[in-house]
Write a protein that binds this ligand. Structure first.
Ligand code: GCW
Length: 718
């Protein structure tokens, strides 16, 4: 028995155990590796056999590490790195190229500082691939580009690519708190371990930097815009400098959120008035101190006089006074200020959608050169769909940057599959007409060549093994980076290349699954806020529907403020007969959205208050259309589930199951939104549900009674 046990059962058991942990860890790796899977290739490619690269510089060292990992995983061999003759891949700054390679030098010379060229050339009678750029960061971007091309087509040998970023600042904004929680975070806790920093550099920090650099992200604001002044004290600056050091080889600069009242809270001053000399001196000294810790510090991100955060208006000053004070302190070090335009006030009784424009546009041209005004994509707050923010194009003498939300605060947290590049693209493509036809939001934020420009995304990253909570939420991080590099890229291309790198290159798989990704954003709009509805979510945690909420302290916090449903109809009149928010847009846009004949149905209730029996283009009344849209959203999720089932043969079982389970949550919640909203709106319309709509399972009281005290994304109530 003993013999039998030792010889047979034990080894078998060990093998089983190993297999089990192997699958588990293989799975973790797949989820963890994001779009940098470097899957084993079925075709050979010698491209990495002998790489000419000067590995002295720390960025080049990062290039070397990446190529080694990629080559070993994809092609099963380790590259040799040397400077000798027979290179299969040459990675060199163009100042180091031989004069015979003039053609490429000319091509590369036309690129900006972060651009790169990849060319297949003749070198000593042999075909060789050359990556060249002005500096090492360009070489790193070129390397990641080459790796993307090879992940998509591992047999590729011929390259002729020149590329450069269109925006200067391409950054993630983490809303991470110093206590480890993440405001509006749905992927676990913060990845920054402040307790163990500066001495412990988690490998995760490096992998985070790799992922960012691979799509061209070059800046990170580490903590929440609802900031804590402690981050500016030496105790924390030492920790920040350790992170900055880890990110430096990957071209990523660190930014900090600057709490406006910091001079009082950590400086012992009596005021934070931006026109007070002592305050100005305090910021000058603070900035000098920061640069001693972090010589390439990026600058400050500031949320001021917004949702209770302190700011210049507390001292009777304005946004320009506040932003310029910080900008001047940063100028000697080439740092910048990202001053957020997300402001709305409880004392302003006008439409909330109008307030940021009214507060900022009069200051056009007054901001210092190193200030970027950071504007959310829409005038309310990261809703599933908003028309583009009227500030875009309205401040031609200032620099405006885009702020998107990658984390899904209003889009189903990390349980819903929603491909956000589709939303980003819709905004970027919108024509503002501010400088004539064709002045799209993309063109406006691109600004003038060589001037400061940028795009920020509120990160969806946390301590979850797969970084983002939902495997498909990784695509939103990826897609954000790709659009920050080139705001004119198509979301379709982004979906396809992400799928190819992350899951499978099989064309059937890519075709079917990219379709559901591209449609997913429209589906979430339909089952949450169809026909231009907005801001009807539950209070505080924003989880689930709450269109009935009407008792919050500030009028514009209540969903009823936005949908204005009553027995006569529904919607927010933003035309001349209402708040006239439309007047902030160019006349072409005002006319287009203002006229019911041309206003697209997607924006109907955003701009118009209409009777329940308003006849729509399909001949049906508004009430019926509302129910039909909600139902369509639900049906589309059902479709996603079936389509995902069909993807089973193409990908690993674990990630397949993970997504399948999440889709069931999405369906449940889509039905919940439909039922709760339609049951509530029915109390005003007094009409039967349209026949196309499945009848709600519960009555309104049930939906109103649901409580979620521990929903994620807000400070826990201990
Ligand atoms: O959308 C709202 C969020 C707040 C956030 C704020 C902002 C960081 O609900 O959690 O605060 O926007 O953008 O400042």
């Amino acid at each position: 028995m003993n013999y039998f046990y030792k010889k047979l059962i034990l080894p078998l058991f060990t093998v089983l155990l190993l297999c089990n942990s192997f699958t588990a860890s293989a799975q973790i790796t797949k989820d963890y590796d994001l779009w940098l899977q470097y899957q084993k290739s079925s075709v050979a490619n010698d491209i990495f056999k002998n790489i000419a690269l000067n590995t002295k510089d720390e960025t080049n060292k990062a290039i070397q590490d990446e190529l080694k990992t990629a080559s070993e995983r994809m092609f099963q061999y380790s590259p040799t790195f040397s400077n000798s003759g027979n290179a299969t891949l040459i990675i060199k700054k163009f100042s180091e190229l031989e004069p015979t390679q003039k053609n490429i030098i000319n091509k590369a010379n036309a690129l900006n500082d972060e651009g790169f060229a990849i060319e297949t050339i003749q070198n000593k009678g042999k075909k060789t691939v050359l990556i060249t750029a002005k500096n090492s960061l360009g070489l790193l971007y070129g390397t990641f580009r080459l790796l993307r091309e090879l992940q998509i087509d591992p047999s590729k040998k011929h390259f002729s690519i020149a590329d450069e970023p269109k925006l200067k600042v391409r950054m993630l904004n983490h809303w991470d708190n110093l206590d480890g929680t993440v405001e509006r975070g749905y992927a676990g806790s913060s990845i920054w371990n402040w307790q163990k920093l500066p001495d412990f550099i988690d490998k995760k920090y490096i992998d985070y930097a790799r992922a960012n650099a691979s799509v061209g992200i070059n800046g990170v604001a580490l903590i929440n815009v609802n900031s804590n002044a402690l981050i500016l004290t030496p105790q924390y600056l030492e920790k920040v400098s350790a992170l900055a050091k880890a990110f430096r080889p990957y071209g990523i600069k660190v930014y900090l959120t600057a709490r406006f009242s910091a001079p009082i809270e950590i400086g012992g001053l009596k005021t934070a008035d931006p026109l007070n000399q002592e305050v100005q001196q305090w910021w000058n000294n603070k900035v000098n101190e920061i640069y001693k810790f972090i010589p390439d510090f990026g600058g400050f991100l500031v949320k001021a006089n917004s949702e209770g955060q302190p700011g210049p208006q507390n001292y009777g000053r304005n946004h320009v006074d506040g932003a310029n004070m910080m900008a001047k302190a940063l100028q000697p070090h080439h740092g910048i200020v990202l001053w957020r335009a997300f402001v709305y006030s409880e004392t302003d009784s006008s439409d909330r959608a109008k307030q940021a424009y009214s507060e900022f546009v009069p200051y056009d041209g007054k901001f210092e050169d190193n200030v970027l005004v950071q504007v959310k994509n829409g005038a309310i707050d990261f809703q599933p769909r908003e028309p583009f923010h009227p500030m875009f194009g309205a401040m031609p003498k200032s620099k405006l940057m885009m702020e998107y939300q990658i984390t899904q605060e209003y889009l189903g947290f990390s349980s819903h599959l929603v491909f956000l590049p589709k939303l980003y693209e819709e905004v970027l493509e919108s024509d503002t007409y501010k400088q004539g036809k064709g002045s799209t939001v993309a063109k406006i934020i691109e600004g003038k060549p060589n001037e400061l420009s940028g795009m920020a995304g509120v990160a969806n990253i946390g301590s979850d093994l797969n970084w983002t909570g939902h495997p498909f939420a990784q695509a939103n991080w990826y897609g954000f980076g790709r659009l920050a590099w080139n705001p004119e890229l198509s979301s379709e291309k982004i979906a396809e290349e992400w799928l190819q790198q992350t899951f499978s290159k099989d064309s059937n798989f890519v075709k079917t699954i990219s379709k559901i990704m591209l449609q997913s954003r429209e589906s979430v709009v339909k089952y949450m806020t169809p026909l231009g509805l907005h801001h009807i979510m539950a209070t505080n945690h924003h989880y689930g529907p709450g269109p009935w909420v009407n008792d919050l302290a500030r009028p514009e916090w209540n969903p009823v403020y936005y949908h204005k449903a009553d027995k006569n109809g529904i919607g927010f009149d933003r035309t001349a007969t209402g708040s006239n928010a439309l007047a902030q847009y160019s006349p072409e846009i005002a006319q287009y959205y203002g006229d019911l004949k041309t206003c697209p149905e997607e924006y109907l209730l955003w701009f118009h208050h209409l009777p329940w029996d308003y006849k729509m283009k399909n001949g049906k009344i508004l009430w019926d259309n509302l129910g039909i849209k909600y139902q369509e959203g639900v049906n589309e999720v059902k479709n996603m589930i079936t389509t995902w089932e069909s993807a089973k043969p193409y990908i690993d079982a674990e990630r397949h199951q993970e997504v399948a389970q999440l889709l069931t949550i999405q369906l449940k919640e889509a039905i919940w939104w439909k039922d709760a909203c339609m049951t509530y709106f029915q109390t005003f319309s007094n009409l039967p549900f349209p026949k196309e709509m499945e009848t709600p399972k519960h009555d309104l009281e049930y939906y109103k009674s649901l409580q979620f005290p521990f929903a994620p994304g807000i400070k826990p109530h201990w």
